[in-house]
Design a protein around this ligand. Structure first.
Ligand SMILES: *Cc1c(COP(=O)(O)O)cnc(C)c1O
Length: 430
């Protein structure tokens, strides 16, 4: 069942991509714990290897459990296809890989997950790729940063560590005018709160490690393609428009049309980079997606209550949650993520770095971990952990200043979470 427009989100998050198991009738998607799949005969094998027929060959490329998750996430995002991979960071490389080559660049927002800032500012240089960091509220600066070697624009919908929402429509218009794709990391929002493709995104990437799984069990990622980009409009994207030597001169865009990016992701990306999601991980994430909307509604409800309580507290300097009326991004919530600004935000503790460290040590329900999007409430002092590789200027630009902690508000009782914050703030701020 993948009948996107016919069914509502709550139905699709349970059913999209899944069918009763053809061999046994099993209602829940089985974990197909198999590396390889028997070919019907030699012709069948040849057709699969020539990409003339879709099927299962080897689990580095495709696996029936992972395939259900791919179809489910693609459906929830309103895309035509998805490729799951081993982590969110793998998904980012998988999204860029068909677009980039040595000497080419991607224009990216300064407001990104700390690990993504490191991946883009340091590691991708080893491939000869460059990232140009720009404040995405300065639309002229975004336009100016795009040059003839730019092959994509990259941002997060609701940016980690929280409080910032990107004006996706405005950024998509700039990418469109430059004839390059907009890639949106929709991890913090999830397709329940934000659907980037409806705002002009070409590709959506996820760390499924977070809200999509929702219980902190497995890492994973996904790249979803809108199917709307014309890869053959010019010669900027030869991986998709030009003959592919590894498949006897096949042209992905000409052959697969709107599914070109997805087929390339499997047939070249997973085949040769090998960042494959395993079927166990896909199973846990499928379980998670079944309750996504129920959890996100509670994350948002709790986050609004707690952010308001913190904002009114004397021991707190400021709270950056786009769901607060005081937020400069409050107006973007209705436009970009109308069901709420998510469960992730930061707040500044009076007493700075030292008070933040005391706070994380004193909390009882909140866990001090480098994760987010769990049913459990989580806290991290980004400046001493996830963002510690960055300079203080980069930390501030990313919303992770030394006096700030990031919370991922869980689905517990909001009153219990407030009481926990209250007792810990008393110990942290004297
Ligand atoms: C966690 C995260 C990532 C990286 O995902 P992994 O699964 O940890 O590799 C990327 N983007 C955002 C917004 C994240 O929160």
């Amino acid at each position: 069942m993948n009948d996107g427009p016919k069914y509502g989100f709550d139905t699709l998050q349970i059913h999209a991509g899944a069918r009763p198991d053809p061999a046994t009738g099993a209602r829940q998607t089985p974990i197909y714990q198999s590396t390889a799949y028997v070919f019907r005969d030699a012709e069948h094998a040849a057709a699969l290897f020539n990409l003339q027929e879709v099927g299962y060959i080897y689990s580095r490329l495709t696996n029936p459990t992972v395939a259900v998750l791919q179809e489910r996430i693609a459906t929830l995002e309103g895309g035509v296809g998805g490729v799951c991979c081993s982590s969110g960071h793998a998904a980012q490389i998988m999204a860029l890989f068909p677009l980039m080559a040595p000497g080419l660049n991607v224009v990216v927002s300064t407001r990104l997950y700390g690990g993504t800032v490191t991946q883009f500012s340091q590691t991708i240089k080893r491939f000869g790729w460059e990232a140009t960091f720009v404040d995405f509220d300065d639309l002229d600066a975004v336009k100016a940063a795009i040059d003839e070697n730019t092959r994509a624009v990259f941002c997060e919908s609701i940016a980690n560590p929280g409080g910032y929402i990107t004006d996706l429509d405005a950024i998509a218009a700039i990418a469109d005018a430059a004839e390059i794709p907009l890639i949106v990391d929709n991890t913090s929002a999830t397709p329940y709160l934000c659907r980037p493709i409806e705002h002009g995104a070409t590709l959506v990437v996820h760390s499924t490690t977070k809200y999509l799984t929702g219980n902190g069990t497995v890492t994973g990622g996904c790249v979803v393609d809108s199917g709307k980009f014309d890869w053959s409009a010019n010669d900027k994207f030869p991986s998709l428009s030009a003959p592919e030597q590894a498949y006897h001169g096949l042209k992905f865009h000409e052959t697969f049309g709107p599914l070109a990016f997805t087929f390339h992701g499997i047939a070249i990306g997973l085949r040769d980079l090998g960042m494959t999601m395993n079927p166990q991980a896909a199973h846990y994430t499928l379980m998670g997606t079944e309750t996504l909307s129920l959890r996100m509604d509670r994350h948002v409800e709790n986050a609004v209550k707690i952010a308001n309580w913190l904002e009114a507290d004397d021991r707190v300097d400021y709270v950056t949650y786009a769901g607060l009326e005081s937020s400069p991004y409050f107006d973007r919530v209705a436009k970009i993520c109308p069901r709420g600004a998510g469960g992730l935000f930061t707040f500044a503790v009076k007493g700075g770095y030292d008070a933040c460290v005391k706070l994380v040590n004193a909390l009882e329900i909140f866990s001090h971990v480098a994760n987010l999007g769990d049913a459990r409430s989580l806290i991290i002092h980004s400046a001493s952990t996830t963002h510690r590789q960055l300079t203080v200027e980069q930390q501030r630009a990313a919303g992770a200043a030394p006096e700030v902690v990031r919370v991922s508000i869980g689905t517990e009782d909001a009153d219990d979470l407030i009481a926990d914050l209250d007792q810990a703030l008393s110990k942290a701020v004297s």
